[in-house]
Unconditional design. Structure first.
Length: 174
């Protein structure tokens, strides 16, 4: 199966334009974000690893907030599936939904097809994490091609703490 070409995110480059609906109403607009923020891309309701990972994020949310980092999660799921996750797992960070394939490609995500109709009914992204500095530059980028590869939240927090408090530079730009 041939995949469409995907852009590779540029370390230190601007985060792509992205506007998505949020569970509970309103929209997430990447261009309107102030300060430090982090976008966590998850596979969707069908992924048990995502539930564990986002549950750990929920536990560490006060640590991110203490650093002044806003957190948002996003999947390709439709509203009813994303809402079911929020209700079931009690996530208090904003959750966006309906991430379209063109969004996935612009973000440089790996895109997978469902293995069966029971899994899901649409293409979905593999996990990714983007930490964005004030002004919109991508400071930390982690993109996986499978559900099993995700950075530990303690490592992400240490990295963001260094970036914020020590003005640690964007890496991977040579």
């Amino acid at each position: 199966m041939s995949a469409s070409p995907q852009a590779r995110p540029v370390s230190g480059g601007p985060f792509p334009a992205l506007t998505l609906p949020l569970i509970g109403g309103g929209t997430f607009d990447a261009a309107a974000q102030d300060g430090w923020w982090m976008l966590v891309v998850y596979r969707g309701r069908h992924c048990p690893i995502c539930k564990d990972y986002l549950g750990e994020l929920q536990e560490r949310l006060p640590d991110f907030q203490a650093l002044g980092v806003s957190v948002i999660a996003v999947s390709a799921d439709p509203a009813h599936k994303a809402q079911a996750d929020v209700a079931e797992f009690g996530w208090t960070f904003p959750v966006a939904y309906d991430l379209a394939e063109d969004h996935m490609r612009r973000l440089g995500l790996y895109v997978s097809a469902p293995r069966s109709p029971q899994e899901t009914d649409r293409l979905f992204p593999e996990p990714a994490l983007f930490a964005i500095a004030p002004g919109g530059a991508m400071h930390l980028i982690d993109i996986a091609n499978a559900p099993f590869i995700r950075p530990a939240w303690s490592t992400v927090l240490r990295g963001l703490n260094a970036a914020i408090t020590r003005d640690y530079p964007v890496r991977g730009t040579a």
